[in-house]
Every structure is written in C-alpha cells, then in structure tokens.
Design a protein around this ligand. Structure first.
Ligand SMILES: [Zn+2]
Length: 87
C-alpha cells in the first residue's frame, strides 16, 4: 500500500466519536511541533486541544495539540492581531 493509499484510507474510514477521543494507535504518530498548521500531514484537520472558556467563548488554548486521526503532535495557529476582536 502506497503512502497516498494509506492517507486516503485514513480519511475515508468512518470513526466513532470515542475513537477520536481515545486514539490507541500511535504507530504513525510523529512530533511535528514547530511551524503552526491547520492540517496534519495525514490530511486530518481535527485536533485534540486544551482550551478554556469564559462567558461561552474560548478564552485561551494551548498551541500544542494532537491530531485526532494519527496522533501526531503539532502546533496550532494563533489569531493575528487583525483577527482578534476586543470588546
Ligand atoms: Zn494526523
């Protein structure tokens, strides 16, 4: 199986929500932290992240995150000053 076929298989296999929260397969996981990204190298754009809420809005989050599909660690992007809203 080629790398492209593996990626397509990972993206099309349906997963139960508990599988996304409790990844038990870290055989393809890598430490990709450094450059902020919105998409993992496996193609997944859903992550496990740590965040806190204040008054119903995300107040803060850690930029270290884990890909929900392959378990790789990566760095999340942060909003630019132009994107932030100050009340
Ligand atoms: Zn991944």
């Amino acid at each position: 199986m080629t790398l492209i076929h593996q990626k397509q298989k990972m993206m099309t296999d349906p997963k139960h929500i508990t599988d996304l929260f409790h990844n038990k397969n870290y055989t393809k996981a890598m430490d990709l932290r450094g450059e902020p990204t919105e998409v993992c190298v496996c193609g997944c754009d859903v992550f496990h992240m740590l965040a806190g809420f204040v008054e119903g809005k995300i107040a803060f989050y850690f930029i270290d995150a884990e890909c929900a599909s392959c378990g790789s660690m990566l760095t999340l992007p942060t909003p630019t000053e132009e994107e932030e809203e100050y009340e």
